[in-house]
Design a protein around this ligand. Structure first.
Ligand code: KIV
Length: 275
């Protein structure tokens, strides 16, 4: 017997249908508890491979594995109920062939129950995106600055600042939209280009450092909360949690060292034996 779920999750087609409509709110999360908080306010929760830097302290996203993504994807699915959960495919798990991409994506969908995957790349991945979408894998694409290519591009610099660099990014965005992606992240591109792309393609553009001229926005949660030691210049901080956490840990350490750390009598009265 099937059981009707009380709360229906948003789906990739729901997000696609928002093109040109109500702005799409996307935030990263890698844990059950932060997913629960994000779920109240966001349409999409992205389990980004930025977890390699944020959770594991890597310099880039290149070392991230599929198992890491699946583990954290599980946590986010358990913490959320309503948002569409999209899981990033890490470097080396989809580029070799469309068959490799399908096998990796199928593992992610089957083992986590998430609703879509994200891959980086434009024209060079269009055939793969078509292959995946025709076989039941909803794909969010990612163009502009693609951090997994750090070793070939050399730095995390903004893309398409000069008009001469626009043609490649435009071709990438058009190619992923035509191949069947349900949305596309455009990272670190100048406002006029973001506006042009958003007007040109039939799927929602989700900007990160790409101006307000997009159909939605995404940020790394730890960056906007003020928890990341280094953040890209474009990130607005909506919180300043770093100093608060630092103070709480310092207070705790001081109480332990001064032997003033409250014992169980702080919470419940200690039983004393009658003489
Ligand atoms: O890995 C990630 O968190 C991302 C977003 C920054 C778009 O790809």
């Amino acid at each position: 017997m099937s059981v009707q779920q009380d709360i229906k999750r948003l789906t990739a087609p729901d997000i696609l249908a928002r093109k040109g409509g109500e702005p799409i709110v996307v935030l990263t999360s890698y844990h059950a508890h932060t997913a629960q908080l994000a779920d109240k306010h966001c349409d999409v929760i992205l389990v980004g491979d930025s977890l390699g830097m944020v959770m594991h302290g890597f310099e880039t996203t290149v070392p991230v594995t599929l198992d890491m993504m699946i583990l954290q994807g599980h946590a986010v699915m358990r913490g959320s109920k309503r948002a569409l959960v999209v899981i990033d495919m890490p470097f080396g798990t989809y580029e070799a062939s469309k068959e490799q991409a399908f096998m990796s994506a199928a593992r992610v969908l089957k083992e986590t129950g998430c609703g879509a995957i994200k891959i980086e790349g434009g024209v060079r991945l269009a055939e793969t995106i078509r292959f995946l979408t025709e076989r039941g894998v909803p794909v969010m694409a990612h163009v502009g600055l693609t951090p997994q290519s750090i070793n070939t591009i050399g730095s995390f610099r903004a893309q398409g600042r000069e008009e001469t660099g626009w043609a490649k990014i435009e071709a990438d965005a058009l190619a992923v939209a035509e191949a069947g992606a349900f949305s596309v992240v455009i990272e670190a591109v100048a406002e006029p280009l973001a506006r042009k792309l958003t007007g040109q393609i039939a799927i929602p553009t989700i900007g990160i450092g790409a101006s307000v001229a997009c159909d939605g926005q995404v940020l790394v949660m730890e960056d906007m909360l003020g928890l990341s030691p280094r953040v890209p210049k474009f990130v607005k901080r909506y919180g300043d949690l770093g100093p608060g956490i630092d103070k709480a840990i310092a207070d705790y350490a001081a109480e332990v060292r001064a032997r003033t750390f409250p014992g169980p009598e702080h919470v419940y009265p200690m039983k004393t034996r009658k003489p």
